[in-house]
Write a protein that binds this ligand. Structure first.
Ligand code: SF4
Length: 91
């Protein structure tokens, strides 16, 4: 389901008001800065059930945040997404 279909379009990529609804507010923030693949998976599992996963990811992409797990995506995944978007943009 697309972000706008869930009413999340009210969040622009620069708006951070979604943060107060994040699933991660109730857990140790260090979980979202894992040091190994197992830690990444643990954070991802929390993000998977988060209702603001999409705006969280868009925020991280917009601000080029290069540390931690945002919207269920690792640093490497976010770099890949940005590269894909750049390549698919009309010239
Ligand atoms: S998607 Fe993950 S990092 Fe983002 S607000 Fe939700 S739980 Fe936190």
């Amino acid at each position: 389901m697309a972000m706008s279909e869930r009413g999340w379009s009210r969040y622009s990529p620069t708006n951070s008001s979604w943060m107060k609804e994040g699933q991660c507010r109730t857990v140790d923030p260090d979980i979202f800065f894992p040091t190994d693949g197992r830690g990444v998976e643990r954070a991802r599992q929390i993000c998977a059930h988060c209702r603001v996963k999409e705006p969280c990811l868009e925020y991280a992409l917009n601000y080029r945040i290069d540390q931690g797990i945002w919207g269920g995506a690792s640093e490497r995944e976010r770099r890949r997404l940005l590269r894909q978007r750049r390549l698919s943009r009309p010239r």
